[in-house]
Structure formats: structure tokens, C-alpha cells
Write a protein that binds this ligand. Structure first.
Ligand code: MRU
Length: 358
């Protein structure tokens, strides 16, 4: 399946080229495909904040490249460039709060910085670290796709109707996707009848990005409003809900795009299996339970306006953009280190001791 997935690859959203970071602007897809170039850490931090690049693993990868850009600038100025670089780490860390992959990638870059020897070429080694983070996310996508497809085949062998939320594909990762990687793999293996994509209010990651990625590859996809999900589970023979994650706590609670929690409740009620697919860089063992995961709240304008035009009455809006699904509503967490069935703290700790499977 690895070769088939690689051959089917169509979309890339992050490129490191000619000493600059290039991002496909996700705010304007699918109507426009605009690439933007970035040369400083603060520009990249702003791109993360504005969601030009989004999706937990993609945010981490972009931040890693941003550290290389920052190091280049600080080295050119001279002096104690490592101390000065801390300011760039800070700016990047403040871009978005929920996806832990951002902090994980910054920690990896900080650690590499700390291990530089006086004779090393700092820029070359930091660049190699960022490229390594990007490449290993691609590899993790491939491993998770295989593991997720194996689960689908084992639990329901025939054609499946799958439901997904937000965008977890090539646009959100360094490779083919987490949940969408499993869905792509399942399609290539002839296991998919139809994918139901939640539109994912208010930013419309489902209608603008997931539907675009799947339709580009000829995968049968129908778009539905988020509030249709329970009805579709009841009436359309949906067998799996497959989603990604932005941060997984040590007890297996999962923070993901707002609306994921109610999907898990509905899935439990309808006997639909619930799979979370995320690389181990999304697991935060320092956070004991989902209650402690910081939940980003974005501007209410995302709800009050449509295409820049006010559509709501004169009220305030509350706009939390992630929620936490308790571990006991989750059937499987699929990572590149293996699968956790019915997650709890002990199983998550065991998983984190394992090596990557690739
Ligand atoms: O606000 P976004 O679009 O960055 O949120 C993205 C999600 O919630 C995804 O489901 C998650 O990051 C997993 S992406 C592989």
C-alpha cells in the first residue's frame, strides 16, 4: 500500500526551497491555489495564526523551518545569536495554543541547538533537523495508514461508509494525512463505498479542504452539515468515524476540531466505531487529562460574518475551535508506534515506550 499511496500523492502544502519556506495558502482553497514565501520566523508565526498553514503536524513542520530562517538571520547579525534566537522561539510558540506538535517541533529544534558543537555548521544541522521532522511525519502517515486500514479490514471487511471531520490530509501534515491517510489507504484497498465529510463550521476545513483533496483523487465524497452527522450514522450505514487530533493527553483524552466530541457521543450511541489517527508528536504526556488542554478561542467574526459580510444578529459569539473527546468514547488511537485499543493512562504510557514501527 505504501507504493500505491506514494503514487496517488497529488497535494503538497509545505515546501522548503532556496532557503525559504513556501506555503499553499489554505484560506483561499479550493477557489484559488496561491503559494506564499516566508523568510522570517515572525512571518511564519503570523501564517500559523492566520491559518495559512494549519493542521497539527503541518504547524509543527512550518515552525521547525521557521527556526532555521530565524537562525540564519541571527547568525548574520553575529554576537550571542543563540540567546537572541530565544525571542523567535517565543514568537512561534505564541502563534496557536492547542496543537502540541508546534511545541514538540520547537523542543526538537531547541534540543538540536543545544547539542551543536563549536566546529559544527549550525545552519546546516538545524536545516537537517527540520527536514528530518518533515520527512518523519511523511513516514508516520504511511505507517498509520497501513495500521488503520488493517483495523477496518479486521472489524468490517466489506465496503465501508466512513465519516470524517475537519481536514487531516496532505494539507494538514507533511505527507498524505492522518485520518485522511487511513481513508486514502482504505479506498486504495477497495474498502470504501463513500466518505461523508463534515463541513466543519466555522472555518469550513471539511467543505473547502477535505472535499477538495478527496474529489481530486476520485474518492467518492459527500459533504454534510456538521449537525447531520448523527442522522447520517442512523440512516446511511456509517461504520467508522475517523478523525485526527491536535493534542492527546496522557490518559488518552483527545483534543481535536470543535464538533469531534459530539461525533464520538453519537458514534457510541449508534454502535459506530471511532478511530483517532495521530503521530506520537501529538501525544502530550505532560498533560494528565483533557481538562488541562488549552482550547483555542478564535474571533467571533468567524461565526458572525460570511465572506466578510455580517450575517448574524447583533449578539456576541463564542468560538472555541477545539473540544476534548474523553478516552472512554474512543475505540482506537492509531499512531506510528502502534495502535491503542480503548485508551487509558496505562496503555498510553506503554505506547510511548515503544519505538516507531518504521
Ligand atoms: O484549526 P485547524 O484547522 O488547525 O484544526 C485542525 C484539526 O483539528 C485537525 O483535525 C488536526 O490538526 C489533525 S490534522 C492531521
Amino acid at each position: 500500500m505504501r507504493e500505491q499511496l506514494l503514487a496517488a500523492e497529488k497535494v503538497k502544502a509545505i515546501e522548503w526551497r532556496d532557503g525559504a519556506l513556501h506555503l499553499l495558502d489554505q484560506r483561499v482553497l479550493p477557489l484559488e491555489e496561491i503559494w506564499r514565501s516566508y523568510h522570517t520566523a515572525s512571518e511564519v508565526a503570523e501564517a500559523i495564526r492566520l491559518m495559512i498553514v494549519r493542521g497539527a503536524p503541518a504547524i509543527g513542520i512550518a515552525a521547525a523551518y521557521a527556526v532555521v530562517l530565524a537562525a540564519g538571520k541571527r547568525l548574520a547579525v553575529g554576537g550571542d545569536w543563540r540567546a537572541a534566537l530565544q525571542e523567535d522561539f517565543e514568537v512561534l510558540a505564541n502563534s496557536r495554543p492547542t496543537a502540541v506538535n508546534l511545541f514538540w517541533a520547537l523542543d526538537r529544534m531547541r534540543d538540536r541547538l543545544g547539542r551543536l558543537k563549536p566546529t559544527d555548521d549550525p545552519l546546516a544541522l538545524l536545516e537537517a533537523e527540520a527536514l528530518g521532522i518533515h520527512q518523519s511525519d511523511r513516514e508516520a502517515n504511511l505507517t498509520m495508514a497501513q495500521l488503520g486500514v488493517d483495523l477496518i479490514r479486521k472489524h468490517q471487511g466489506n465496503l465501508q461508509n466512513l465519516l470524517t471531520h475537519c481536514n487531516t490530509g496532505a494539507l494538514a501534515t507533511g505527507g498524505f494525512g492522518t485520518a485522511l491517510g487511513v481513508i486514502r489507504g482504505a479506498y486504495l484497498e477497495g474498502l470504501v463505498e463513500r466518505v461523508y465529510a463534515d463541513e466543519t463550521r466555522p472555518w469550513l476545513q471539511g467543505s473547502r479542504l477535505t472535499a477538495w483533496e478527496l474529489a481530486n483523487e476520485g474518492i467518492p465524497v459527500s459533504l454534510n452539515v456538521d449537525s447531520a452527522a448523527a442522522h447520517l450514522m442512523k440512516t446511511r450505514g456509517i461504520t467508522w468515524v475517523i478523525v485526527g487530533a491536535d493534542r492527546i493527553a496522557a490518559n488518552g483524552d483527545v483534543a481535536n476540531k470543535i464538533g469531534t466530541y459530539q461525533l464520538a457521543v453519537s458514534a457510541m450511541h449508534h454502535g459506530v466505531r471511532f478511530m483517532v489517527v495521530a503521530p506520537s508528536s501529538t501525544i502530550d504526556m505532560t498533560i494528565q487529562s483533557g481538562d488541562d488542554i488549552p482550547i483555542e478561542e478564535r474571533d467571533g467574526g468567524e461565526l458572525l460574518e460570511f465572506n466578510g459580510k455580517r450575517v448574524a444578529a447583533a449578539v456576541e459569539a463564542v468560538n472555541p475551535v477545539f473540544d476534548v473527546t474523553p478516552a472512554d468514547l474512543i475505540d482506537f488511537i492509531v499512531t506510528e508506534k502502534g495502535v491503542v485499543e480503548r485508551p487509558d493512562a496505562a496503555k498510553m504510557a506503554l505506547l510511548m515506550c515503544r519505538k516507531r514501527l518504521h
